[in-house]
Design a binder for this molecule. Structure first.
Ligand SMILES: [Zn+2]
Length: 135
């Protein structure tokens, strides 16, 4: 699945297309001998606390994967794997960073997968996140 985003003047991203379901991205990933089919959501709140779901292309156990999130290694307690779905909570945006940086490496593979999910502002977003609006 993919969608088109435009970059706004305030450095946020806005989705300007409906999500498109396609094998295109999957094919590209496979060409790079990769382990991930899709990731959801496509952007995360700057305040963190959102669940991120990553569809793996095969069922895996925790100890098969090495996951880094904004350069911090996730411990066993920090993520879950149910069959082929990897999930974990998004961390708070590091000051000055526009992206959540996720690196996933399979133990026996040299090639890590590298994702950058854009952070969006906590103001005006519709999806629930880990933070309760104060206003
Ligand atoms: Zn939020």
């Amino acid at each position: 699945m993919f969608a088109i985003y435009i970059k706004l003047s305030n450095d946020q991203f806005e989705c300007v297309s409906p999500p498109i379901y396609s094998d295109l991205i999957k094919e590209t990933y496979h060409a790079q001998s990769v382990i991930v089919d899709s990731i959801f959501p496509k952007q995360v709140c700057e305040r963190g606390g959102q669940m991120i779901f990553i569809q793996l292309n095969e069922a895996m156990k925790k100890h098969h994967l090495d996951i880094k999130c904004n350069d911090k290694k996730l411990n066993d307690n920090d993520f879950q794997i149910t069959e082929t779905i990897l999930s974990f909570e998004s961390p708070v945006c590091i000051q000055g960073s526009k992206y959540l940086h996720i690196i996933i490496r399979k133990n026996n593979s040299q090639d890590p997968m590298d994702f950058k999910l854009p952070y969006h502002s906590h103001d005006n977003h519709s999806d629930p996140c880990g933070v309760i609006n104060e206003d």
